[in-house]
Design a protein around this ligand. Sequence first.
Ligand code: DX5
Ligand code: ZN
Length: 223
Amino acid sequence: MSVVQQASINGASIRLVYPSMLSADPTRLGQQMLDVELAGADGIHWDIMDGSYVDAITFGAHVIAAHRKLTSLPFNVHLMVDNPDRHVTAFSDSGANSIIVHPETCWHLHRTLDIVKNLGKKSGIALNPATSIESIEYCVDILDIVLVMTVNPGSSGQEFIDSQLKKISTLRKKLPPEIEICVDGGVNPSTFKACVENGANSCITGSFLFNSTDYREAIKCLR
Ligand code: DX5
Ligand code: ZN
């Protein structure tokens, strides 16, 4: 059963919540990952930045591999890197369950998604706020997740961009129901509620969750 089917068992809408480790305390990554797992996280989101496609540099595959030993939660790896084909195998081997790429970074997007699928992982496309949905039209058969960027990629703590709600609703109408629509950036209970009303299934939460004092309560509020 797909994650999206699971999310609507018996008509009850369960919203999936994936904490982004970018907003965790970098001196206590492993502990904070276990804390959010205990608080009810549905998976862990790893923001991989290469200092080229976006300015910041974050985690390498060895960091993901080290954390893989601590939890069995699904890991989604969001590659904000130029030419991700160079890195897909390393992140797959590190224990990623899904690998998400930006169309602007791929020479041959369909081939990149195909590589991810052939590695046995879920594939995802991340759409920047200014990126239209056209690039995914002929990839739907090898696509599991659309990550709608509700901020521009590169850092946490930015403000949610309202215009992306229309994109979410257009995607939900066009995509098969088994494709997960996940929102990333500026998520809080109020912005995520609007996203869900427009057809989103899941969210990434960075600063909202890690700035809160009670992770369990924060995840509950998001759901
Ligand atoms: C932005 C990243 C996001 C970010 C989310 O480039 O893809 O995952 O860390 O952080 P918040 O929730 O603070 O916007
Ligand atoms: Zn992300």
